[in-house]
Design a protein around this ligand. Sequence first.
Ligand code: FAD
Length: 472
Amino acid sequence: MNEATREVQRSLAQQFHGDLLCPDDALYEAARSIWNGMVARRPGLIARCADVTDVQATVRACAGAEVLPAVRCGGHSLAGFSTCEGGVVIDLSKMREITVDRAARLARFAGGSLLRTVDVATQKEGLAFPAGVVSHTGASGLVLGGGFGWLTRLYGLSCDNVEGFTLVTADGSLVSANPRQNEDLFWALRGGGGNFGVVTEFEVSLHPVSSVQVGEGLCIGDDISELLRRWRDYMPESPDNLRWSLSLRVAPDAKNIPVKYRGRPAVTQAAVWIGDPEKGRLCLDHILSLCNPVGVTRRTMSFVELQTMADEEFPHGRRYYTKSGYFKSLSDHVLDVMVESLATVPSPTTQIELAYLGGAASRVAATQTAFGDRSSPYVLNLLGSWSEKSEDAANVCWVRNLFQSLRPSMTPGVYINFMSGDEDDRVREAYHERWERLIAIKSRYDPHNLFRLNQNIPPRNTELGASQVRGN
Ligand SMILES: Cc1cc2nc3c(=O)[nH]c(=O)nc-3n(C[C@H](O)[C@H](O)[C@H](O)COP(=O)(O)OP(=O)(O)OC[C@H]3O[C@@H](n4cnc5c(N)ncnc54)[C@H](O)[C@@H]3O)c2cc1C
């Protein structure tokens, strides 16, 4: 631990309610790891905050000692921003309180909550918050970047469903941002990521959701290309109740996949219907009759079950690398490039994920929130995933090469939560015409860029900011 970080620890020691973990503490090794095993940094101090006053004290201490803070909710930053080398991690994992008001269809959850925290509590009241599809993901990072999942087409992005934020800003103040207070900040926090402070509480609106219908299957050989084309053509006309996503990958070693298909290039599909059961049955019957799928399963399940369905596919500690982009339309050529790339994919767990947004998310005006472009409905996420460090170069290279060949067909813009840590040059692209307004708000609330371990929006006096905070 360097002297500046020691100073932070000393100043917190007398007043801290949570845990202060240093490199020689028994709990430190487990506490320093984040979801992406590619990012193995050693912070000087992990401040596991128990309450809002701990967060305020840590922010003030970091600013005072000029030490870089990394903010962590669920630790799922693909880019690895929720840890740092030598600095301080503001770890919110002890702060997972949630209250649900059934009548008002509102919830308030604390800044360390996981999606699972929110899903379990809201489902007890028959309600749901539109968020991501893996329950061990942190709610804060996801919501602040935008957030989409199974309910997005029906009820909008996660950030579209936020009624208000409470946050600790760079000077340690506790600030509210909602449609009546600090409206600019409220606008910026809905898509602008962790740039503006540490959010300690979210107030969100909820929707009635009980059971859902789910269909899964997989296509092989020539049916892969045909299914991609059918999906591309079907989604723009489909009802908002349907979310149908595809993944190009090597067929997994799973119970429902016939042995002869395992290990072969494939496209897996997951279709979820939320709403009228009879219409859902007909819709899923249609989708799952296209292109000779194998290993087809059809289930009605609880929303909590749906939200945990993919949990084991994306385990903590594996090595991950990602590149992402939007398409307004998908040409046959683009789809063929994706299919052909499977012949050289270096890892059986890597996936080319395709989702179609549209629906309620696309009906919110681009100016209403800081979240990027909503007019390009096809979202691509190249998620490289492998186990061995010795395989890093081959896997990163494969993702980069495929991205480069698809890039000319993409619409400018990128979802900040699907970016890797080496894409600083794309942050401005993510925000388009919202960039200058975001810089103005950042300059007001974080003029020295204390919160810069994120897809960073620099304040106007960037050079001052960068030199005032140590670390990487
Ligand atoms: C397995 C997996 C599944 C995913 N699925 C989806 C999905 O379905 N939909 C989707 O939209 N995205 C998805 N994502 C991307 C996800 O939105 C981002 O990885 C997000 O950053 C995760 O949030 P977190 O709180 O776990 O991140 P963390 O790593 O804890 O934090 C990431 C960053 O968010 C900011 N941050 C976190 N908490 C706070 C806070 N309280 N106040 C201020 N800033 C904060 C900080 O800048 C921090 O660096 C997924 C990611 C993974 C790894």
